[in-house]
Write a protein that binds this ligand. Structure first.
Ligand SMILES: Cc1cc2nc3c(=O)[nH]c(=O)nc-3n(C[C@H](O)[C@H](O)[C@H](O)COP(=O)(O)O)c2cc1C
Length: 387
């Protein structure tokens, strides 16, 4: 096994092993990708306050997310088409998360179905819901998540219409890939991926194929979202979903203090400050940049989680110290999955935990729950609202 020291090492291997179409799908943002880039560059602007001569023994990253115990406050974010990054990818990632002790969130647009993951892991996971126009399908999928013992519903609010990602259109993204000449030439160098894919029967959108009626081209995420996602989603519909679900509810995709206030008044178990990893509104501020204003608005009313741009344990530390209760990684675990399957997801989690732990020690902290603004030097403009 190559020596992996950071998430970037996993990304290098991932790029070599996974078809270009799926690498590009993960490694892109919408339109000019400005928000995608700022999600990571804004983390780099925040500095950590170094402390010395503080006893650093007995450190812990143990915490909770919506009341559930976690080995570190870093969940696996829902990622569509994960089973195209590696055969049965959702099952592999869920197994890694279960063994590590962090939550795994299954996307509506996954390749392995809710039932596949439940049967393989025998462990509660979280289910992410995109709201569909088709009421019958919507009610059935919520019921399926309940039956599979999912312990939280993550309701995504920032994708009722798809932000355009140029590369996906140029690559003709689909699941499974259509075997055009450029795709076949690319696959010739990705033979390990192809062999594994031939050995699984899970190559379509598992939550949808066989469950949704009257859907045209089920291989295309683009046509599916255009046909099926409900552009009329509003707080009334969210309330109806909460009723149908009846369990823990996380609202994902909030990047504005006013929306955060509405969400807190609505009364969910947590919000995820997120701009969908820069894949939706290009030009939106990075989620770490929006975090201080959102913490100020609702920090005492609702549990605040954050994703978008986390590539290291130092990033996790910064988000927690800035007031997030917990975080998620999307691409960071996908790099691991595409590079080395389940072992790669475990490696990504290990890398992040080690970085978090060592950085905590060097900041003079022993408990992840004690991180705060005192650990940071924050650029002034982070704390001043935009006009
Ligand atoms: C390839 C890819 C697919 C995604 N699919 C979904 C999805 O199906 N549902 C969802 O709520 N978010 C989805 N997201 C957004 C992630 O849940 C998360 O918000 C984002 O990846 C966080 O940013 P990061 O990748 O910089 O960590 C996706 C992100 C990526 C990169």
């Amino acid at each position: 096994m190559p020596v992996i020291t950071c998430i970037d090492d996993l990304k290098t291997i991932y790029r070599r092993r996974v078809p270009k179409m799926f690498y590009d799908y993960a490694e892109s943002g919408s339109y000019t990708e400005s928000t995608f880039r700022e999600n990571t560059t804004d983390f780099a602007k925040i500095k950590l306050r170094q402390k010395v001569a503080v006893d650093m023994t007995g450190r812990t990253t143990d915490s909770t997310m919506i009341g559930q115990k976690v080995a570190m406050p870093v969940g696996l974010a829902p990622v569509g088409l994960t089973g195209m990054q590696s055969a049965d990818g959702e099952i592999k990632a869920a197994q890694a998360a279960k063994k590590f002790g962090v939550p795994f969130t299954l996307s509506t647009m996954s390749i392995c179905s809710i039932e596949d993951v439940a049967e393989a892991t025998q462990h509660p996971f979280w289910f992410q819901l995109y709201v569909m126009r088709d009421q019958e399908f919507l009610e059935a999928i919520i019921e399926r998540a309940k039956r599979a013992n999912c312990s939280a519903l993550v309701l995504t609010l920032d994708l009722q219409i798809l932000g355009q990602r140029h590369k996906d259109l140029k690559n003709g993204l689909s699941a499974p890939p259509k075997l055009t000449l450029p795709v076949m030439m690319d696959l010739a160098t990705k033979w390990r991926w192809g062999l594994e894919m031939l050995q699984t029967k899970r190559r379509f959108f598992g939550n949808i194929v066989g469950h949704a009626k009257g859907v045209g081209d089920t291989s295309s995420l683009m046509s599916w979202t255009a046909e099926q996602f409900d552009p009329q989603l509003d707080w009334g519909k969210i309330a109806r979903i909460r009723e149908l679900w009846g369990g823990k509810l996380i609202l994902k995709g909030i990047n504005d203090p006013e929306d955060a206030r509405i969400a807190a008044d609505f009364g969910a178990d947590a919000i995820v400050v997120s701009n969908h990893g820069g894949r939706q509104l290009d030009g939106a501020a990075s989620s770490i940049r929006m975090l201080p204003d959102i913490v100020e608005a609702v920090g005492d009313k609702i549990e605040i989680h954050l994703d978008s741009g986390i590539r290291s344990g130092q990033d996790v530390l910064k988000a927690l110290a800035m007031g997030a209760h917990a975080t998620y990684i999307g691409r960071a675990f996908i790099y691991g999955l595409g590079a080395m399957g389940e072992a790669g997801v475990t490696k990504a989690l290990e890398v992040i935990r080690k970085e978090l732990d060592i950085s905590m020690a060097l900041c003079g902290e022993r408990d992840v729950k004690n991180l705060g603004r005192h650990n940071l030097m924050i650029p002034k403009d982070f704390l001043e609202p935009y006009l």
